[in-house]
Ligand binder design. Structure first.
Ligand code: PAF
Length: 259
């Protein structure tokens, strides 16, 4: 497995694989890898000859009061996981932004509701960094988890609007044995908070099969001690939730099973 930090080395390796006629799958991450990321790697391996995974904690998608500085960065563990799971190359840039850069990618519709309300600059940061990463790696396919459903929607729109020649491959949510969706931020939860957080997938699953799903889920999640609901919304045939458990904001969603 190769680990590269510079654009020059990344492009050189991509050129070699391209010259051999190999297809490239790309898994962009911020590290702190978990089973959800590994499922993206598996999906990429099924569909592509080579898998490139990037690790970059992107500062522009965090608001000043958010967790950029304390976001977990377990590099040694991440590298070992990639090695064990057959990633071909880790792209680990130290910084992706030109100090004098003045260009951003702003998706103006899908990024506005839901998470865009409480995190107004978040999707602009995501859209900008993902566009940069896609330009650098130039993969055939890029893989994103459905847990961040709005992120998937925004990226699909950006890729379509800007004619970026890549196929976006959303991959289903992976859950821990207790039902909680894997997320790098789960490490912030105390044991008690994690217990409380389990109400989210439990109630989501029930709600997704009901006609009054939005109302029912809002009412029932609002009753749970220690959970502060941000929103319940439907999108892309999914019932989507964001909620704070203590100081940790969790996202989850479930495919709606009743039409
Ligand atoms: O989903 C993530 O981990 C990040 O938002 C992404 C897509 C790697 C962009 O920084």
């Amino acid at each position: 497995m190769k680990v590269v930090e510079t654009e020059k080395l990344l492009r050189a390796q991509v050129k070699i694989w391209r010259s051999q006629g190999e297809t490239l799958g790309f898994v962009p991450t911020m590290g702190a890898l978990h089973q959800g990321h590994l499922r993206l790697v598996e999906a990429a391996q099924r569909l592509c000859d080579r898998v490139i995974l990037s690790i970059y904690v992107n500062p522009t998608q965090f608001a000043p009061e958010e967790d950029y500085l304390r976001y977990p960065r377990p590099w040694v563990k991440d590298r070992a996981l990639c090695q064990k799971n057959g990633v071909d190359l880790i792209y680990r840039p130290q910084n992706l932004y030109h100090p004098e850069g003045t260009t951003i990618v702003l998706e103006k519709e899908l990024s506005q509701g839901r998470c865009g309300v409480t995190r107004p600059a978040h999707f602009q940061g995501v859209a900008t960094v993902v566009t940069k990463l896609l330009n650098l790696v130039q993969p055939d396919r890029a893989f994103f988890g459905w847990k961040d459903a709005q992120q998937v929607e925004v990226i699909q729109r950006v890729v379509s609007d800007l004619n970026i020649p890549v196929k976006i491959e959303p991959v289903e949510i992976v859950r821990d044995r207790d039902g909680l969706a894997f997320s790098s931020r789960n490490v912030y939860l105390s044991a008690q908070e994690r217990d409380r957080a389990l109400a989210i997938p439990l109630l989501l699953q029930v709600a997704a099969g009901r006609r009054d799903r939005k109302k029912w889920l809002t009412q029932n999640l609002s009753k749970i001690k220690g959970i502060k609901l941000d929103y319940v919304e439907e999108s892309q045939g999914r019932l989507c939730v964001a909620a704070w458990v203590g100081k940790t904001r969790l996202l989850d969603n479930w495919p709606i099973s009743l039409k």
